[in-house]
Design a protein around this ligand. Structure first.
Ligand code: FES
Length: 62
């Protein structure tokens, strides 16, 4: 399963650069914890709880 990460400004799909995310539309940047580090986006990315269970990474989408 793949999760698309979309910018909180106008919904453009984000690009990954190392451990950071960048929006190609208007230049917003996000840290690996979802916090905005550069606008115009004004709110951070949605985050999801994760657990490692018996060597499997599980992401809660609730
Ligand atoms: S849609 Fe991402 S910065 Fe505008």
């Amino acid at each position: 399963m793949a999760l698309l990460m979309r910018c909180t400004h106008q919904g453009t799909e984000l690009q990954v650069f190392g451990d950071k995310l960048q929006c190609p539309a208007h230049g917003s940047k996000f840290a690996n914890n979802g916090d905005v580090t550069n606008g115009p986006a004004s709110s951070g990315l949605r985050t999801f709880p994760i657990v490692i269970d018996n060597q499997q990474l599980k992401v809660s989408l609730k």
